[in-house]
Design a protein around this ligand. Sequence first.
Ligand code: SF4
Length: 349
Amino acid sequence: MSTPLDPIDDERNAADQPRHDWTRAQAEALYDLPFADLIFRSQSIHRRNFDPNRVEIASLLSIKTGGCPEDCGYCSQSAHYRTGVKATRLMDISAVVQTARRARDAGASRFCMAAAWRNPKDRDLDQVCAMVSAVKDLGMETCATLGMLSEDQARRLQEAGLDFYNHNVDTSPEFYGQIITTRTMQDRIETLGFARKAGLKVCCGGIVGLGETIDDRLGMLMLLANLEAHPESVPINMWNEVDGVPVNNTAERPDPISLVRVIAVARIMMPGSVVRLSAGRQYMTDELQALCFVAGANSIFIGDVLLTTKNPQTSRDASLLDRLGIASKLDSVSAKVQIADEAAVKAAV
Ligand code: SF4
C-alpha cells in the first residue's frame, strides 16, 4: 500500500498501471523529491510510454473570438473585461479548412478549433460539425473547445468526426471560485463526462501562474489524475499576460523549477497522457522548455498566435526541436509554417 514516504509505489508504476487514487500526501511527496530524483522518475515513466525524442505538433485556431459571457478572470475574450479584444462572428468553413490544410502541410498533425462561447447554440453547432468533418477529411486529428456541451451536442460532434474535446479544469477545486464564478467546477466535470460518454477523447488541463499556491497546482493534477479515465491530452498553460483582467491583481509568473516539477508530477500521475506545454511558452527560455520535455512534456502548439496571445515564432520552435534532436517535420518546413501562421492570424481577426 502506498504511503507518503513511498510516493511512487514502484511496483504499480513499473507496470504503468493507470491510477486514479492519488492522495495529496503522495502528490506532495512527489513534488518535493530532490529535483534529480523527480526528473529521473518522470523521464523513466515517459520512456516506457512514449518515444522520448518525439513531440506532438498541434495547431490552434480561434474560430470565434471574444464576447464570451463567462467571467474567467484570466481571459482576454471575456465580455466582462475591457481587454481590447474585438468580438468576431463564427468563421466561414472555407477559411477554417484553408488554415487547417496549411497547418497540416506545415507539419501539424492535430487541428484545434476554439470558440469563445459559454456553450454552443444548436445552429452554431451545425456549422462547427461541418468544419470538423472537413478538417477530418484532410487526414488530421480534430479537436474542439466550445464551452459546455449537452450530451446530445457531444454525440453530434463525435459523429461529425471529432477526435478530442478540450475543456480545462483550469485550477484546483479550492482556488477555482476566485477565478471563475459563472460556471462551476461541477459543470466542467459534467461536460467532460458527456464528451467521454459520446466516445470523444478528452483534452483537459489548466493554468499555472494565476496566483495559486503549489498546493493548488497539485490539487489540479490530482483532480485530473483521479478522473475515471485520465485525459488523453493534458495541456499545462502558463498564464499569458493580458491587460484589463482581474487576475492581474494576483498573477505571479511561476518559478521555472516549479513549472518543471508540475510537468514531472503530471507525467508520473498520468503516464499515458500526452502532456502539452501550452500557452506561455513565449516567456520560457529554450533551456526551460528543454527541461520540460525531459520531465515528460511531449506536445506543443505551433503558430505565432495562440487564440489572442503570442506564441514563439515557428522558426524558434524548429530550431529548438532540431537542437534537441526531437523528431518533427518543423525543421524542414519552418518557412512554410511561417506562411501558414500569417494566414491563420489573418483568418482569425
Ligand atoms: S469560457 Fe473560454 S473564452 Fe470564455 S471567458 Fe472563459 S476562457 Fe475565455
